[in-house]
Design a protein around this ligand. Structure first.
Ligand SMILES: NC(=O)c1ccc[n+]([C@@H]2O[C@H](COP(=O)([O-])OP(=O)(O)OC[C@H]3O[C@@H](n4cnc5c(N)ncnc54)[C@H](OP(=O)(O)O)[C@@H]3O)[C@@H](O)[C@H]2O)c1
Length: 261
């Protein structure tokens, strides 16, 4: 019975991982959410192999409690940890680092991105490591982004989304640190970008879609717009399943390479 813990499972890509993985009744899926009462979609799946647990990934105690709850059901083991939760600022993502009128707000965005997207993920990995050690598969997948790729940033001329991108670069290094430490124990750590995914729950406004196509066709001339969570997770699962310890610590896209779209 392969076991999975997925953080940020209330919506978006985390919800879709939960949906696709729980469709196989042999899997047991632990969906970690910040708030059960706002995780309606998960309850609507009505699947017996989904266990919904509450944990903010910046709350170490909540993570330890979640790990204990998982342990009780799996007999102390875990096969896959999918670090999906992240903070993505909707309000100020179009600002460049020098465009904040309020420097305190800039500092707040940089620190909040680091606290959730890096420190929170490190706490999550540490909380579940004892279970993963006893699991057969030992895969820790951490969602990153092509925006953390320096070459793509320079090619695109993309100076915005800075606090988020900077935090994901740091996250990639955290993944590499764990990977190099745990390679001898057979662990697979992977920083995985899901592509550009429309997680808004409906079609994107036409002007947003057009702007994304204009920007990203610079690096992928036939780019047709954001993909669905369903398509992204399907591709990511193919990468996750084929990835081996030989390439632990890598940072790749949903295609298993450096094609970010
Ligand atoms: N969508 C894309 O195009 C895209 C592209 C590249 C990378 N990614 C990466 O893919 C992952 C998922 O993205 P998404 O688009 O699905 O994001 P999303 O729709 O904004 O969902 C974010 C999820 O993270 C949870 N979360 C936020 N802060 C948290 C915290 N402190 N503790 C626990 N959970 C927290 C949210 O919970 P609540 O529901 O409680 O807010 C939500 O479930 C992220 O790591 C993101 O960086 C996405």
């Amino acid at each position: 019975m392969p076991s999975y813990v997925i953080t940020g499972a209330s919506r978006g890509i985390g919800f879709e991982f939960t949906r696709q993985l729980s469709a196989d009744l042999k899997n047991v899926v632990f969906a970690l959410v910040r708030n059960k009462s706002t995780s309606k979609q998960l309850y609507e799946l009505k699947r017996k192999n989904i266990h919904i647990l509450e944990a903010d990934i910046t709350d170490k105690k909540a993570l330890i409690n979640a790990a204990q709850a998982v342990s009780k059901i799996t007999n102390g083991t875990l096969d896959f940890l999918i670090n999906n939760a992240a903070w993505i600022d909707d309000q100020r993502q179009n600002l460049t680092l020098d465009a904040y009128e309020d420097q305190d707000l800039l500092e707040e965005d940089l620190i909040k991105s680091f606290t959730i997207n890096v420190v929170g993920v490190v706490h999550t990995i540490n909380a579940f490591l004892p279970l993963l050690r006893k699991g057969e598969v030992k895969k820790v997948i951490t969602l990153s982004t092509g925006l953390a790729d320096t070459e793509a940033t320079l090619q695109l001329g993309l100076a915005t989304s800075a606090p988020y991108s900077i935090s994901k670069v740091a996250l990639n290094m955290a993944v590499a640190k764990y990977a190099t430490q745990y390679k001898k124990d057979g662990f697979v750590f992977l920083a995985l970008s899901p592509g550009l995914v429309n997680t808004s729950g409906g079609p994107l406004p036409e002007e947003v879609n057009k702007a994304q196509i204009a920007l990203f066709s610079q690096i992928k001339p036939d780019f047709e717009g954001a993909i669905t969570p369903e398509e992204s997770v399907k591709l990511q699962l193919e990468v996750i399943n084929k990835w081996t310890v030989a390439d632990t610590g890598a940072f790749v896209s949903q295609h298993g390479n450096k094609e970010w779209l």
